[in-house]
Design a protein around this ligand. Structure first.
Ligand code: GGG
Length: 356
């Protein structure tokens, strides 16, 4: 396998622009120590600044520009508010996910030593699961419309789309992931009592795909009680598979129970590698803290580590995760964790540890 990888670095908006340099700093240190090479192409589009100048989030040939990359490292999208959120999201991130068929969104949730847990009595190791979110269909569609707009009879309809092809491939991925982990347990997020067509069907697909995985134990939980159990009994989860919207919500809630959403990474994968996969923190552009150099860069750095793992640089991935564990245990900490470190100083501390 080649140890020369081409990556596009897209900071995007808000704190994406502050945390991206820290991920690149860590990647530099990892390259020096582990002997692989990254060719990094910095990209200023897929941002609201670009939209302000060009009236769209990305150039027309965005796909051609990215197609040759091995991976995309992405910061955050959505701000300033002169570009509505649905325009910035559908004009960038959702285009990447769909047109590069990144149908798996992997979002690990882990409680680290040294991070105060908002749930009473939990310690490191008590929360350690992965949310597998369906990433290309489900509730995230642009199918529908408004009738009688602006009148008292205004009606809005938005469709949810679930295909056998789309559901089976994400369910299969989740079962395989569960089978590879020591606990071999899969939780299927559903709402088949209330959403009485698509969700019973989704549960049925989970049963059908599960027939190939007798070694994996499965439970199906309605999304409402499942969310409550993320807070009350997080230790019962190992791998959780969910539709697009449910997965999006769960993967913000999960990290919030581990102290801060500033730690949560994600991978948007095209597992067949026909297209580049994209790695980004779960958090968004956080305009409330942008410009103060206080954003926690760990989610971005951990996302970069997931990227290295996907590119076959397992040792470098492990070294970055160890650096994150050490820094969270010993400090420094950014203000979201009660400390006074800056984005830059935390990034430097991580890079130093990766350098060895
Ligand atoms: N880095 C993630 C990000 O910018 N998220 C913005 C957002 O609104 N995402 C919604 C989604 O992930 O579906």
């Amino acid at each position: 396998m080649s140890r020369h990888h081409r990556i596009a670095a897209i900071p995007g908006d808000g704190i994406g622009k502050e945390v991206m340099p820290e991920a690149l700093r860590t990647l530099e240190a990892a390259q020096r120590r582990f002997g692989f090479r990254l060719d990094v192409t910095p990209i200023a589009w897929a941002s609201c600044d670009y939209h302000a100048q060009h009236g769209q989030m990305m150039p027309d040939d965005w796909k051609a520009q990215l197609q040759g990359q091995d991976a995309i490292l992405f910061g955050a999208v959505g701000w300033p508010a002169t570009v509505p959120d649905h325009v910035s999201l559908w004009g960038s991130l959702l285009k990447f996910r769909r047109e590069f068929d990144q149908y798996i969104n992997l979002r690990p949730v882990r409680l680290f030593e040294g991070v105060p847990c908002p749930l009473a009595g939990r310690k490191a190791g008590d929360i350690d699961y992965v949310v597998v979110r369906e990433n290309t269909e489900g509730e995230y569609t642009n199918l529908g419309g408004v009738m009688y707009p602006g009148t008292e009879r205004e009606i809005v309809i938005q469709e949810t789309v679930m295909s056998r092809f789309g559901a089976d491939r994400v369910l299969r991925y989740a079962y395989e992931l569960a089978r590879s982990r020591p606990r071999r347990h899969l939780t299927v997020a559903t709402k088949s009592n209330g959403i009485a067509i698509s969700m019973p069907w989704w549960d049925g697909r989970a049963d059908a795909v599960g027939a190939d995985f007798p070694e994996v134990t499965v439970d199906k939980q309605h999304i409402d009680i499942l969310s409550a159990r993320f807070v009350m009994q997080p230790g019962r989860f190992d791998v959780v598979v969910a539709s697009n919207l449910f997965g999006d919500i769960l993967s913000d809630l999960g990290p919030a129970t581990t102290g801060t959403i500033g730690l949560a990474p994600s991978a948007n994968l095209n597992p067949e590698r026909r297209f580049p996969s994209l790695f980004e923190p779960v958090h968004g552009s956080a305009p409330d803290i942008y410009g103060r150099n206080i954003a926690n860069p760990v989610a971005m750095v951990w996302s970069a580590a997931l990227m290295l793992d996907f590119l076959g640089e397992r040792e470098a991935h492990d070294a970055i995760v160890r650096a994150i564990e050490q820094v969270l245990r010993e400090g420094p900490h950014t203000p979201d964790l009660g400390g006074q470190a800056t984005t830059t100083s935390l990034g430097e501390a991580l890079a130093q540890r990766v350098a060895g």
